[in-house]
Design a protein. Sequence first.
Length: 137
Amino acid sequence: MLQQNRPLNVQNVADALQKHGIKKATIQKVLDALAESGQVSSKEYGKQKVYVARQDQFHIPTPQELLQLKAENEMLKKEYEAEKASLSGLEGGMYGLGYIANYFRQNNKNILLMNTYSSLSRRLLLLSSAQTNFFTF
């Protein structure tokens, strides 16, 4: 509730905590207890209760703090863009290395095929000369 700072009903909280195995009735009791103790505010709309984090517990920044936060945000944006450009360059380099590695693989395959071809050609030449010698009387 504090992280999102928005009104939530019991079903919203139950959906968020479902993976932990917490039942809706338990959530209802805990939210009611928190509302009674003043840690959260609650409002009834018909049959449904809406729970809100108390706003006085949040720090409201001064105008100077807002300017400082904006400047920090701009600096972080510039850092992010620089890192993004650097990453893009690295990805391009990786692509180039992959291309080179693929080229060498293909080159090795070509060399292997050429060696196989030349050995088979020599063998065929030997066999064809042996046949002509065999049938000549």
